[in-house]
Design a protein around this ligand. Structure first.
Ligand code: ADP
Ligand code: MG
Length: 236
């Protein structure tokens, strides 16, 4: 089936179609930078023409894997085991959710994807990034995002926000140097493929970030139709 712009309910209201050449978008960034919040808001705004999903835990099997990964009981998890669990979750997610949605002509937005593994297990824990890329290929069949949005927020601010969310999970409890390596890893990947990545500041209110993110999606050509043709209609 051709990936043509499919106006869903949002589209029928004269609103927003996505660019069928860019059907797969991922949100990346450190703990507390606002990925899940913004994913939820994107889902509301994009309507049924989009599938908004997450890793780990985007499938029933993945939800079990997520419990192992984020539980404090998994303190003894060694880095390769951790990494393979993330990729097990991802393989299931790609097969069960992402590929079927793309095949059905949907825009897919995933809260985290392969680049999280490269940033956290590669840059953060020091696993061989070339090997991780090969495992990524095994898990995803080589499916790469068309656009990766990096939400950027100072480490402390993210952890503060997470603290307010209540209780730090295993990854959030990592030392500051770990988060700093992850942040630097993301920055390096984004600098290496600037056409693939869009950096968006996660500072300010949820509304401010949502507006910023939306304009970046527009300017990167992800949203077409009434938006791309210059209409300022809010269209929600
Ligand atoms: N712009 C914002 N300003 C203040 N708090 C925010 C903002 N965006 C999200 N939050 C809150 O910060 C916490 C972390 O946000 P979340 O979206 O879960 O981050 P992530 O998924 O990137 O870890 C949540 O409690 C959320 O409600
Ligand atoms: Mg989240």
């Amino acid at each position: 089936m051709p990936r043509e712009a499919m106006p869903g309910a949002a589209g029928r209201q004269g609103a927003r179609w996505y660019n069928p050449a860019m059907p797969f978008v991922t949100l990346e960034g450190l703990e507390g930078c606002g990925k899940s919040t913004q994913a939820r808001r994107l889902a509301e705004r994009l309507g049924p023409s989009a599938v908004v999903t997450k890793e780990p835990g985007g499938t029933a099997i993945g939800a079990s894997v997520r419990e192992i990964l984020l539980s404090h009981a998994s303190r003894g998890l060694v880095a390769p085991a951790e990494s393979l669990l993330y990729f097990a979750d991802r393989a299931q997610h790609v097969a069960e959710v992402i590929r079927p949605a793309l095949a059905a002509g949907k825009l897919v937005v995933s809260d985290r994807y392969v680049e999280s593994s490269l940033a956290y297990q590669g840059h953060g824990r020091g696993l061989d990034r070339e090997v991780l890329r090969q495992v990524a290929h095994l898990a995803t069949g080589g499916l790469r995002p068309d656009l990766i949005v990096l939400l950027e927020l100072p480490i402390e601010e993210g952890l503060l926000r997470v603290g307010r969310r209540g209780g730090h999970d295993r990854m959030e409890s990592e030392v500051r140097e770990f988060h700093e390596r992850v942040r630097a890893g993301y920055a390096e990947m984004a600098a290496g493929e600037p056409q693939l990545w869009a950096r968006v500041s996660g500072e300010g209110t949820e509304d401010a970030v949502a507006e910023r993110l939306w304009s970046v999606l527009e300017s990167r050509g992800l949203l077409v139709g009434p938006v791309g043709s210059g209409s300022r209609d809010a269209g929600r």
